[in-house]
Design a protein around this ligand. Structure first.
Ligand SMILES: Cc1cc2nc3c(=O)[nH]c(=O)nc-3n(C[C@H](O)[C@H](O)[C@H](O)COP(=O)(O)OP(=O)(O)OC[C@H]3O[C@@H](n4cnc5c(N)ncnc54)[C@H](O)[C@@H]3O)c2cc1C
Length: 342
C-alpha cells in the first residue's frame, strides 16, 4: 500500500488551495479528483470584489463586472447602483486551471479520473480498488462529500439550485427575482456571463421540494417569456450545514464542511479561505482558525435571516421588497454589507 502524509480528496477551489499551500511544506501529498478535467462545476461563478485582491485573481480570469443589480419583487423593482464594481464572474474551468497551475507539481502528486470510493480510519480505497494510506486526510469533495459521510456528520441544511445555461448575449443586467410563492425565501436570478447567461433559482428542500421548485421555476420562465429551448439544464445541491472542520486527523474544507451561505449560495470564498486554514491546522496542531470562525458566524446570521423570512409566511413578499429599498442608498448599502457579510 502506498502511503502519503496528506491525501486531499477533491480538486475544487478548496482542494486546489490546500494543495498549493501544502506544497510549501515538506509533507508528501496526493490530490485526487474524480473528474477528467479540473475546474468545471455547476456554479454562477460570482465573486465579490474583495476576493480579487485577497487571492490575487488576475484580470484575464474575469468575465463580467457589475456595478448595478436589479431586484424584483411582486411589490417593488429597484435598481441598485454603486460607483465601483462590486461583483465579478469567473469561468470555473479557467479558475480551476489557474489554481492548478500555481501548484508546485514536484511536491504534489495529482491524479485525475480517480474517485475515492471508501474512507477508513487511516486509508482510503479508490475506484481502481487501490488502497492508499494517510496520516492526514482532507475532504474537499464538495456538497456530497464521502469524507463527511465517513465522519457520520448529518446534512440537514441544504438547497437545491437549478439553472439553465443559455447561449445568449441578450441579457446585460444582473437581476434577482424574489417571489415567495414560487421560491419561498430564495430567489431566481439572471446572471449574464461571457457568451451565455445563467438563469436559475434555488431553495432549501425543507421549505420547497426539488420537484415543486422545478415546476415553479418553469412557470416563472414562461411568465417572463424566457426561451430555454437552447439552454442546458443543470442542477446541484448546496450544503450549508456546518458541523466542524477538524476531526482528529481528518479535516473538511469548503462545501464538504458546509461552509457556504444558505442565503446567497456563495461558497467559492469560503472554500479558498478554509482550504488555507485547514493546511495551517495540519502544520500546527495548536492552530485555531479565527477565519473559519468568522465564516461560520456570518453563515449563522444568514441562516437566521432565512428562518425569519420563512416564518413570515404571507408577509414574506412585502418584507423582501422592503429590504431592497434601503439598498438604494450607498451609505445604507455599506451598513447592510457590513452587518450581513462581515
Ligand atoms: C447553481 C449554483 C450556483 C452557484 N453560484 C455560486 C456563485 O455565484 N458564487 C459562489 O461563490 N458560489 C456559488 N456556488 C457555490 C460554489 O459552487 C461551491 O460552494 C464551491 O464550488 C465549493 O468549492 P469546494 O472546493 O468546496 O467544492 P467543489 O467545487 O464542489 O469541488 C469538489 C471537487 O471534489 C471532487 N470529488 C467529489 N467527490 C469525489 C470523490 N469521491 N473522489 C474524488 N473527487 C471527488 C468533485 O469532482 C469536485 O471537483 C453555486 C452553487 C450552485 C449549485
Amino acid at each position: 500500500m502506498e502511503n502519503y502524509d496528506v491525501v486531499i480528496v477533491g480538486a475544487g477551489p478548496a482542494g486546489l488551495r490546500c494543495a498549493e499551500m501544502l506544497a510549501k511544506s515538506n509533507k508528501t501529498i496526493l490530490l485526487l479528483e474524480k473528474n477528467k478535467v479540473i475546474g468545471p462545476k455547476v456554479c454562477g461563478g460570482g465573486l465579490p470584489n474583495a476576493d480579487l485582491e485577497r487571492f490575487n485573481i488576475p484580470d484575464e480570469l474575469l468575465e463580467k463586472k457589475f456595478k448595478a443589480m436589479t431586484i424584483h419583487s411582486p411589490f417593488f423593482q429597484n435598481e441598485i447602483k454603486s460607483d465601483d464594481e462590486f461583483l465579478y464572474t469567473i469561468n470555473r474551468e479557467k479558475f480551476g486551471q489557474w489554481q492548478f497551475e500555481k501548484i508546485n507539481k514536484s511536491k504534489v502528486e495529482i491524479r485525475v479520473k480517480t474517485k475515492v470510493k471508501e474512507v477508513n480510519k487511516d486509508y482510503i480505497i479508490l475506484d481502481t480498488e487501490e488502497e492508499i494510506g494517510f496520516k492526514y486526510l482532507i475532504g474537499a469533495d464538495g456538497a456530497n462529500s464521502i469524507v463527511r459521510k465517513y465522519l457520520g456528520l448529518k446534512t440537514e441544511k441544504f438547497c437545491v439550485a437549478i439553472q439553465y445555461i443559455i447561449p445568449s448575449n441578450e441579457y446585460k443586467k444582473l437581476e434577482f427575482f424574489f417571489d415567495s410563492k414560487l421560491f419561498n425565501s430564495w430567489y431566481a436570478w439572471i446572471f449574464p456571463r461571457k457568451d451565455f447567461v445563467s438563469i436559475g433559482c434555488g431553495c432549501n428542500t425543507s421549505m420547497l421540494s426539488a420537484k415543486k421548485l422545478r415546476e415553479n421555476f418553469n412557470f416563472w420562465l414562461e411568465k417572463n417569456k424566457i426561451d430555454i429551448s437552447k439552454g442546458e439544464y443543470q442542477a446541484y445541491t448546496i450544503n450549508y450545514d456546518y458541523r466542524g472542520y477538524k476531526f482528529n486527523d481528518i479535516f473538511l474544507a469548503g462545501e464538504s464542511a458546509g461552509l457556504v451561505s444558505g442565503l446567497t449560495g456563495e461558497g467559492i470564498h469560503s472554500a479558498l479561505v478554509s482550504g488555507e486554514e485547514v493546511v495551517k491546522s495540519i502544520l500546527d496542531k495548536n492552530y485555531h482558525s479565527k477565519k473559519i470562525d468568522k465564516i461560520v458566524k456570518v453563515g449563522d446570521r444568514h441562516i437566521k435571516i432565512l428562518n425569519f423570512l420563512d416564518r413570515l409566511g404571507i408577509f414574506r413578499n412585502l418584507a423582501l421588497g422592503l429590504i431592497s429599498i434601503p439598498l438604494k442608498s450607498e451609505k445604507l448599502q455599506e451598513i447592510i454589507n457590513k452587518k450581513l457579510f462581515h
